[in-house]
Ligand binder design. Structure first.
Ligand SMILES: Cc1cc2nc3c(=O)[nH]c(=O)nc-3n(C[C@H](O)[C@H](O)[C@H](O)COP(=O)(O)OP(=O)(O)OC[C@H]3O[C@@H](n4cnc5c(N)ncnc54)[C@H](O)[C@@H]3O)c2cc1C
Length: 471
């Protein structure tokens, strides 16, 4: 990195004195290290030149850092594992990057109240395995669960494969410790099963993408361990036929623990990576799971019957190894797509009954903009991930890819959906947010931001345009 940015000298020395209590490398202005912390996983999102990186180990240290940054009105970008797909963790010019990756302790697992408390930087998979040892289950399972953190998942309200039955991260967050812009430590929510005291501040911070406060601790609800799921797969002549199964299956009272969709272009991408023997004439596929123990087989037989009524051919796995193979197809999508080069991962969510219309209209968008679009979906949630593929060396194609990306969001909104089901707004979708919120929604967003972050130092320019958040 040739350009550089620096903090005010008095802030730099204050942070060095805080860092004096921390292990080496907790505070750094080394340009090479800063460069490696500059962006998250979102392609084509601008990132600025950070001035410094601090990696505190406690809520108190985060509070001290925020107090100093507030005094100097220095922008702070909260970061965790930087697996975000919306540019939310990207640096802004002259900012202090505040990484919670060293807040990595699980503090308590309570088998009676079925809750757990952990620091924000604990990796989801580490946490999920730890609670499983107590016979408990933490359902939120973003595909990034081996690297993304509980705090990052709360800050983005992350979803995952089993949301269709269990819900998203926010459905499990009961309470938070948050450091506000001025360094105040706020404890929100509860650990009890019920509780209605005051405004629901916890869920104001869930999904706020680092713009309202720095989450340092999360208290989450757990469930008893689920039964091992049974798996079925169905192949269909067209994408529309596959998606038409979803409203019928759900209206039938089904409670699948997973219901995933892949279109033919995605199946081809996966086959190019590993041949899983997909039928050559299939236009799309669905994978369904039920974890309802003895009821699971009946659930999947109903799924198979409904699939067949839409022209599908279904197969219920007879053993866990076969089930694992079927799921493998879905798990390979990310890695197989990445091999193809540049792509923009869209993330609209539509009502289930509009899902078929959504996927059926995507090829026309691809054709109109001269790009390739491959689509997977958390079909049970109506959450569609069209991947817009393009050649990053072709300026015209990059431009057309962005236009296609926007057209997909416009279509999602026109069908009564939202521009993002789980990846968040960050920088990537900021310009579309106003369309979804409308003037009153946007005004309330700005007022909440101004009330909690009057100096506009927390993750400026993310979610809301920077100018829009100032009074
Ligand atoms: C391969 C891959 C698969 C993915 N699959 C899914 C998926 O299935 N479902 C899904 O929802 N997402 C998915 N994602 C996106 C991403 O993993 C999630 O958004 C995740 O929740 C981000 O967590 P993180 O710890 O990496 O946070 P980061 O990327 O570091 O940060 C994300 C946002 O949260 C803010 N933030 C982070 N930590 C804090 C904190 N402690 N306090 C306040 N703000 C904070 C940041 O400022 C930023 O705006 C995937 C990403 C990848 C690369």
């Amino acid at each position: 990195m040739s350009a550089s940015a620096s903090l005010p000298t008095s802030l730099d020395s204050a942070l060095r004195s805080i860092a004096g209590e921390l292990p080496a490398e907790a505070y750094t202005t080394d340009p090479d290290i800063l460069a490696s912390y500059r962006t998250d996983h979102a392609p084509f999102c601008p990132s600025g030149i950070p001035a410094a990186l601090v990696r505190p180990r406690s809520t108190e240290q985060v509070a001290e850092v925020m107090r100093r940054a507030y005094e100097h009105s220095v922008p702070v970008v909260p970061q965790a594992a930087r697996t975000g797909l919306a540019g939310g963790a990207n640096a802004v010019d002259g900012c202090l990057l505040l990484s919670v990756e060293r807040l990595d302790r699980i503090l308590e697992i309570d088998t009676v109240d079925q809750t757990a408390r952990a620091e924000a930087g604990v990796v989801n998979a580490v946490f999920s395995r730890a609670v499983a040892e107590h016979g408990l289950f933490y359902p939120p399972d973003p595909s990034s669960w081996e690297t993304s953190t509980l705090g990052g998942n709360a800050a983005t309200n992350a979803g995952g494969l089993c949301c269709v039955k269990y819900g998203v991260t926010g459905d499990f967050v009961r309470g938070l410790t948050v450091v506000l812009a001025d360094g105040t430590v706020l404890r929100t929510g509860r650990r009890t099963a019920k509780g209605v005291a005051g405004y629901d501040l916890t869920h104001l911070f869930v999904g706020s993408e680092g713009t309202l406060g720095v989450i340092t601790e999360v208290t989450v609800a757990l469930r008893p361990a689920a039964e091992r799921p049974l798996t079925a797969v169905a192949f269909f002549p067209t994408a529309g036929a596959a998606c038409a199964v979803v409203p019928d299956f759900m209206a039938d009272g089904a409670r699948p623990s997973l219901l995933e969709f892949m279109d033919r272009p995605t199946m081809d991408v996966v086959s190019g990576y590993q041949d899983l023997g997909f039928p050559s004439d299939a236009g799309a596929m669905l994978i369904a799971q039920s974890d309802r123990g003895e009821l699971a087989r009946g659930d999947l037989e109903r799924f198979a019957r409904i699939a067949e009524s839409h022209g599908g051919e279904a197969l219920v796995a007879t053993d866990p190894a076969e089930a694992e193979l079927l799921l493998q197809a879905r798990r390979l999508v990310g890695i197989a797509t990445e091999r193809l080069g540049s792509y923009l991962a869209d993330d609209v969510c539509v009502p289930r009954r509009r899902l078929a219309e959504m996927v059926e209209r995507l090829p026309a968008i691809a054709e109109r903009h001269g790009v390739r679009v491959t689509t997977v979906a958390h079909a049970g949630d109506g959450n569609v991930h069209p991947h817009v593929l393009f050649d990053r060396n072709d300026e015209g194609e990059v431009q057309r890819a962005h236009e296609a990306f926007g057209a997909i969001m416009d279509l999602g909104l026109a069908l009564g959906g939202t521009i993002t089901g789980e990846h968040g707004v960050g920088l990537l979708k900021r310009d579309w947010l106003a369309k979804e919120l409308g003037p009153a929604g946007l005004r309330v967003h700005r007022e909440v931001k101004a009330a909690l972050d009057p100096r506009h130092i927390l993750n400026p320019g993310k979610v809301l345009a920077a100018s829009g958040t100032r009074r």
